[in-house]
Design a protein around this ligand. Structure first.
Ligand SMILES: O=C(O)CCC(=O)C(=O)O
Ligand SMILES: [Fe+2]
Length: 358
């Protein structure tokens, strides 16, 4: 009678994204060294296994997160000609201001570890670009940096269009860096370095706050997951953290089952953090920078209305990056772990990566 035979070669269990509580790093006075070390080691172990974590008690007040989403929506609700008053400059060297749908070419070309991976990633970019419905699925983004980063001048709207918007977003940029400092401290401690070993190379002026908007997509434009809201890629940063709305669609490649992706469901009050390529290289591949992408919302609430539109999605990533003149030399090198990469400055590394983006 009926029960299915047990599989003889079970596939590895699907990975899950761990939740790390960083409250021990919120206030040094209220926590013991042991509590900090435990949290730090849990964070690093997740960054080694999957490269993505949820962080609870990250230190960015929820009210500020909600306000940032409201401000992002206010920007994207503007008519196109007003958004175009803060245009992303042409070329790859400055990454600030508003990128209209279709401008950015997400390419993970340089992160391809072998030819097959490279070809697959380029093909995904191509599909994304050439299909006739591409305009309807492409995202809009707006990049903001420190006001004291002369190489990357911010591009703002005239203040009268959204009064106070510039000040509020600048304040949010620094609130995020404040939280980022704790993450960098925890990572260093968990790796077994001095607590400021990573943070001391981050003045905060080279980070990037990105406001993303994925417009609604009509059902008719969707074919079997062929299109991505954002194709699979890795980030270039030291670490990225990401606030997402409740739409869903972010997915991460499962390191135990390469080529398969797992959902990073929105969990209110948490931030999603991931390791970037820079930190993977810096850590001599001790930590993992993982492919991720944005697909459509989960099936159960994918479409609404007579036109069967998907929901819009808003997300806010924050990319932490070192100061540009830092020579990135592999950490954690010993006789059993020779350096896998040549030293390179962050400036040269970023230029190398940016050239393939635009
Ligand atoms: O929108 C998202 O959830 C992901 C964004 C992302 O991966 C990126 O901007 O690098
Ligand atoms: Fe990303």
């Amino acid at each position: 009678m009926g029960s299915a035979p047990a599989s003889t070669s079970p596939s590895p269990a699907k990975a899950t994204i761990p939740m790390i509580d960083l409250s021990a790093f919120l206030s040094a006075e209220d926590s013991t060294a042991e509590q900090r070390l435990q949290a730090a080691q849990a964070l690093v172990s997740a960054c080694r296994e999957i490269g993505f974590v949820y962080i609870a008690n990250h230190g960015v007040p929820q009210a500020e997160v909600e306000r940032a989403f409201a401000l992002s929506k206010a920007f994207y609700d503007l008519p196109a000609e007003q958004k175009m008053k803060a245009p992303h400059p042409p070329g790859w060297s400055v990454h600030r201001g508003y990128s209209w749908p279709g401008l950015e070419k997400v390419s993970s070309a340089l992160s391809g570890v072998d030819d097959e991976g490279l070809v697959a990633s380029l093909r995904e970019v191509q599909d994304y670009k050439v299909d006739g419905t591409a305009d309807e699925i492409q995202k809009e983004s707006y990049e903001i940096g420190s006001e004291s980063n002369p190489g990357q001048p911010n591009v703002w709207l005239p203040d009268e269009i959204l009064p106070g918007w510039r000040e509020s977003m600048t304040a949010f940029y620094w609130t995020c860096f404040h939280a980022g400092k704790r993450i960098l401290r925890a990572l260093a401690l968990g790796i077994g370095l001095d607590e400021d070993a990573l943070l001391k190379f981050h003045s905060g002026h080279y980070n990037q706050l990105r406001l993303l908007h994925y417009p609604p997509i009509p059902a008719g434009a969707i074919e079997d997951g062929k299109f991505a809201r954002m194709p699979a890629h890795t980030d270039w940063s030291t670490v990225t953290f990401l606030f997402q709305d409740d739409c869903g669609g972010l997915q991460v490649e499962d390191p135990k089952r390469m080529g398969q992706f797992i959902d990073v469901e929105p969990i209110p009050g948490t931030v999603v953090m991931n390791v970037g390529d820079l930190l993977m290289r810096w850590s001599n591949d001790y930590l993992r920078s993982t492919m991720h992408r944005v697909r459509l919302p989960p099936l159960q609430d994918r479409f609404s209305g007579d036109e069967k539109m998907t929901r819009a999605r808003y997300s806010i990533p924050y990319f932490l990056t070192t100061d540009p003149d830092l020579l990135i030399e592999c950490l954690r090198v010993d006789e059993h772990h020779p350096p896998k990469y040549e030293p390179i400055t962050q400036r040269d590394y970023a230029a190398m990566r940016a050239r393939v983006q635009y």
